[in-house]
Structure formats: C-alpha cells, structure tokens
Design a protein around this ligand. Structure first.
Ligand SMILES: NC(=O)c1ccc[n+]([C@@H]2O[C@H](COP(=O)([O-])OP(=O)(O)OC[C@H]3O[C@@H](n4cnc5c(N)ncnc54)[C@H](O)[C@@H]3O)[C@@H](O)[C@H]2O)c1
Length: 333
C-alpha cells in the first residue's frame, strides 16, 4: 500500500514513522503547505517523497490511504476530497470541527465502500486496553463515575479551545471503556489570552441511570496531570498516564450499604482491600493503531475507532461549545 500523510507538523512525523514501519506499507509520501516542514521530513526519513500539493497527491491512482494530520478546521475539506477520490482515510482527532461535517464524511465513506479511522490514540495504549479488559470482565462491578483531569502549561492552539484540543483523548477513552452514550453535557470555561478560545474548562456528562462523568482540561496548569478515576461497585481504578510504570492501579475499595429494618437511615460501611497494578503492554499506541487500521483494510473489518466513534466525540465537543456560551446550561445530546 502507498500512504500519503498530509500535515507534517508536530504529530505528522510520528504517523510517517509508524506507517513506514509496517510491512504492508510500500512507501509514504509526505505533504505539507510549509516547505520547511517538507525539508525536515526529507532529513528525518531518508529518501521520502514530498509534495506541497495535497490535491495532486490525493488524485494519484497509486495512493491507497490518506492520513490527515492538519489543523482540525481543515480535516473535513481534505477528508471529503480524499474519500471522493476513492481513498481510505486515517483522520487525526478530533475527526471534524462539527457534527454535520463528520456525518457527511461517514455517509460518503459508506456510499463508496471506504474506511475511516479516527486517531483516538489512547484507545490503543496498553493501559486503556487493560482497563477495558477489567471492566468487561466485571472486575469493577457497576460503574458509578468516570472522572478525568488533563492539565499542563500550553500548548496553546490557535484554532481550537482547550476542550477541542485535550478532551477528545478523555472522551474517546470514556466512550470506549464504558460503551454507553452520554445523554447530556454541561460545560463552563474561561479564556485568559484575549483570543476568545477557552484555556480552562470543566465538563460534566450525564448518562441514563446514575452514572456520571467529569472532565477538567487546562492549558494554564503549573504541572502536568493526566489522571482518571473510575469508580465501580466492586473496585476502583486510578489511571495515571504520567507514571512510567504502574500506570493503572486497581483498588479493592468501596462501600457496602445496609438498610436497617424499621429504621429510616442506611448504614454505609467502608471496604478497603488490596491494590493491584496489572502488567501492561508497552508497545507504542500509534504502532498498535496504525497496524489495526491496515489490518482492517486487508480483512474488510471495521476499525475500533471508526467514523462513528469520531462522530460520538465531536457530538459531545459541539454540545459543550453550546453549553459554554450559555454559562453551563445542560445540552441534550
Ligand atoms: N493523536 C494524538 O495524540 C495527537 C497529538 C497531537 C496532535 N494531534 C492532532 O493532529 C493534528 C495536527 O496537530 P499538530 O499539533 O501536528 O499541528 P501542527 O500545527 O504542528 O501541524 C499541522 C501541519 O499541517 C500543515 N498544514 C496546514 N494546512 C494544510 C493543508 N491544507 N495542506 C497540507 N498541510 C497543511 C501545517 O503547515 C503544519 O505543518 C490535529 O488534528 C491535532 O489534534 C493528535
């Protein structure tokens, strides 16, 4: 297969490296409007073909896959062009800048029998795959909540706010792990740089039943925190992505509730047992994700993070933008 990677800024070179490492990929062409980025790619990847004209590259009959690693505002235009030219698409997160755009791409792909993969990279990490295994096996019991914090200093983006930049990671992890669709979102946020783009935000998601999820994303934090708590009736998980080892810890902690007959109050008893830190697969998530995508193309299977998974995240992002404008108003999904 021949792969064209469009956008070779911060993330693009990681994609080029991982696609080049796959046996099924014969060659990669790097494409960017910025000539200095292309010069850098020729230095990093000896012999790589480069181009600054993405339209010409997309039209080439020898290209099978188009990888889109440009700013979010350009994803829809480039992906639509690629799908209409009959190419499978690997699109960076977030899939598009709106629900309408994502729906249109899914419809074109279906019509043309093409595949869309959305790069929700964290879904392919050993840590998230292990947590999925634990939740599916019933180890956590019924889930009470999903609570995540992703904060650091910068990198300020010029076209999207902190929610569109950072929350796709946590929302895609949550959607994958819980397998339930949120029914409403409320978000508040504020901007401190004067460009109108929120740099701090808090999101709350409601589900059917009493499951609740919360997200804190922030570009103005003095330290890097990447921590998720998942509480269940049987045990609870702390996932700390900044840890080099023991990223996932499973605590046999929780509460047992007894209601005394004839008495109106309930008794809450605390349970504190062992902590287990399971062994995790250390393979680079992007290597697992790119291989999975190529396998899906060869075996006619649907990627774990397909267009629908991308749309589910964009739907929450779009609703959160509406909620922020209305100072945290609950928006139905
Ligand atoms: N999956 C992840 O963990 C992860 C991490 C970082 C970024 N991303 C995503 O990757 C995408 C790119 O982010 P980045 O941080 O690399 O941005 P960046 O600004 O560093 O790079 C974008 C590149 O695209 C080029 N470009 C812009 N418009 C173009 C066009 N029309 N044709 C060709 N090239 C064009 C720019 O010149 C630039 O080199 C975003 O969607 C971002 O959310 C994903």
């Amino acid at each position: 297969m021949k792969v064209a990677v469009i956008g070779t800024g911060y993330w693009g070179p990681n994609l080029i490296r991982n696609f080049l490492a796959l046996d099924e990929v014969e060659s990669v062409i790097a494409c960017d409007v910025d000539a200095s980025r292309l010069a850098r790619m020729r230095k990093l990847f000896y012999g790589i073909e480069t181009s600054h004209l993405y339209n010409d590259i997309i039209d080439r009959p020898d290209i099978d896959v188009v990888v889109i690693a440009t700013p979010v505002s350009t994803h829809h235009e480039i992906a639509k062009r690629a799908l209409l030219a009959g190419k499978h698409c690997f699109i960076e997160k977030p899939m598009t800048a709106s629900v309408t755009e994502a729906e249109e791409l899914i419809a074109i792909a279906e019509q043309k029998g093409l595949k869309i993969f959305v790069d929700h990279t964290f879904v392919y990490t050993g840590a998230v795959r292990k947590m999925k295994e634990l939740i599916t096996s019933g180890r956590l019991g019924d889930i009470y909540y999903f609570d995540s914090v992703r904060v650091n200093l910068g990198l300020f983006q010029h076209d999207v706010n902190v929610i569109w930049d950072l929350a796709p990671h946590d929302l895609s992890i949550m959607n994958y792990l819980l397998g339930q669709k949120a029914v409403a979102v409320s978000a508040i946020g504020s901007c401190h740089v004067g460009n109108g783009l929120e740099d701090i935000a808090y999101l709350t998601l409601e589900f059917e039943g009493n499951l609740i999820a919360s997200f804190h994303v922030n570009w103005l934090a003095p330290v890097k925190i990447r921590r998720t708590l998942i509480g269940g009736t049987r045990s609870m998980i702390v996932y700390d992505d900044t840890e080099t080892s023991e990223k996932v810890k499973v605590y046999d902690k929780g509460i047992d509730i007894t209601t005394r007959e004839g008495v109106y109050d309930t008794l809450v008893q605390y349970r504190t047992g062992d902590m287990l830190s399971p062994k995790l697969d250390q393979e680079e998530a992007l290597a697992v994700g790119t291989r999975h995508f190529i396998d899906c193309l060869l075996n006619e299977e649907t990627p774990m993070t397909d267009g629908q998974a991308g749309l589910n995240v964009v739907r929450i992002l779009e609703a959160s933008a509406i909620s922020i404008k209305d100072r945290g108003k609950l928006v139905e999904l």
